[in-house]
Design a protein around this ligand. Sequence first.
Ligand SMILES: NC(=O)c1ccc[n+]([C@@H]2O[C@H](COP(=O)([O-])OP(=O)(O)OC[C@H]3O[C@@H](n4cnc5c(N)ncnc54)[C@H](OP(=O)(O)O)[C@@H]3O)[C@@H](O)[C@H]2O)c1
Length: 259
Amino acid sequence: MARSRSGQVAVVTGASSGIGWELARQLAAEGAKVAIVARRAEQLHALRKVITDAGGTAAAFVCDVGSRESVEATVRAVTEQLGPIDLVIANAGVGRPTHLDPVNMADVEDTFRINLMGVVYTLSAALPGMLARKSGHLVGISSLAGYRGLPGESAYCASKAAVNVYLDGLRIHLHGTGVKVTTVCPGFVTTPMTEMNTFHMPQVMTAQVAAGKILRAVRRGAKVYSFPWRLTMMVKLSRWVPDWLMKRFMADYETAPVK
Ligand SMILES: NC(=O)c1ccc[n+]([C@@H]2O[C@H](COP(=O)([O-])OP(=O)(O)OC[C@H]3O[C@@H](n4cnc5c(N)ncnc54)[C@H](OP(=O)(O)O)[C@@H]3O)[C@@H](O)[C@H]2O)c1
């Protein structure tokens, strides 16, 4: 594989499984020194071994992205250990259903804290160094679920919609500074997050394929990358579908998680 990122420092949050694991592995194969970030140390050490056995460079950082202090300390430690950060992929996220009666408020709060504030904390902690060097790339992993609220998934969808809009504003704010912003909205990907889904997942893909597509979009500096394109069109069109029909379409989803 071409070592197009030779010497660059990349941070991937949520690297202990799924899409983040694959993003980190592929970035290391492209020559980046990768900071792999998540809460579970054992999985991070397993990934570090996979990367170093393949001749790459990785350092593991245990961090809760829902804690600003934890994220800021991690970004300082990454810079000290690996050098100035070129690329940050804020990928860590949770997918919890939203119940009705009673609302599972602790899950709802966690969803916003991790999926939204986790992205904000991560990108904000890396930004000052990038602004000082007039160079860098901030990437947020959102979801196609951010385009329309879905029954049983209100908090997850809302957290991703907020990420989309936050990153839109950030991208425009940073225009001309040398710091790029990319929003990524994947469809269904087979990972631990979706493995309990009992319903049909249209156009589902492996984490390896998804990570490859995401890294190609990042390389070409895409502003917003939503994929796969047919599912993207369906989700965007669903905004015009009346609620009663959505309710009928989504009958299976109301009680099962949708990512
Ligand atoms: N799979 C899909 O179909 C799909 C579709 C669209 C978007 N996405 C998005 O893609 C991202 C990755 O999801 P995935 O499918 O790869 O899920 P996953 O396999 O469950 O991975 C989630 C990752 O996030 C980390 N994480 C969760 N809470 C964290 C916290 N508080 N602090 C630090 N790390 C935390 C987990 O690590 P620890 O538990 O070790 O902390 C894990 O590494 C998420 O943002 C998800 O919303 C997924």
